[in-house]
Design a protein around this ligand. Structure first.
Ligand SMILES: [Zn+2]
Length: 186
């Protein structure tokens, strides 16, 4: 596109993801990815386009069910103690990042297209076909966020011998859009 600063047609430099924030709701185990991915001018670095990012990843879903974890951990005589009501009353579940999440610029060229397979005029499935001409290839850009979330389960029942348990789950989430869909800043 045309850069106002350079006053000529320019290519994009690698995207900048410094304005992308990754936060974790420590009660719900939900990761929120917000901010913007900026495409700068390859010649002068002026900001040319941006993509607004606002997505959530339910990392809590990656963990085993709390009820099942505590039932497993309970001694034989106490397994029946572990009910949803008991969990509500005595158990605290907290989530935190295990190390800082990674945030990096993501770029992908689509090299195949899905084409329909037809039989007697009806679509019966799809197959992948390689795109031969660069003109028809689509380029997607955005941000890739990955990290590890640690879950801690605390039990506050003096009758229950297991008091804490923790586990971790990895997440890897990509937000991408065709660069033509990014918003122009100039
Ligand atoms: Zn420029």
């Amino acid at each position: 596109m045309r850069c106002q600063d350079c006053n000529k047609f320019v290519a994009f430099d690698d995207g900048n993801v410094d304005d992308v924030e990754v936060e974790l709701d420590e009660d719900a185990g939900t990761v929120t990815i917000t901010g913007r991915v900026v495409l700068p001018c390859a010649e002068c670095g002026a900001e040319l386009k941006e993509l607004s990012v606002d997505e959530t990843v339910e990392v809590a879903d990656e963990f085993n069910d709390v009820l099942a974890v505590l039932t497993d951990a309970a001694p034989v005589g106490l397994k029946k103690t572990v009910t949803p009501e008991w969990v509500d009353k005595h158990v605290t579940v907290k989530y935190e990042f295990d190390g800082d999440p990674d945030t990096e610029f993501h770029e992908r060229a689509q090299t195949t297209v899905k084409v329909p397979i037809k039989k007697k005029g009806k679509v019966i499935g799809h197959k992948e076909r390689k795109i031969k001409s660069a003109r028809y290839m689509k380029t997607y850009k955005g941000v890739r966020v990955s990290g590890t979330v640690k879950r801690t389960i605390e039990v506050a029942d003096p009758e229950f011998p297991v008091t804490a348990s923790d586990d971790t789950a990895d997440f890897d989430h990509t937000v991408e859009e065709q660069s033509s869909a990014f918003e122009e800043l100039t």
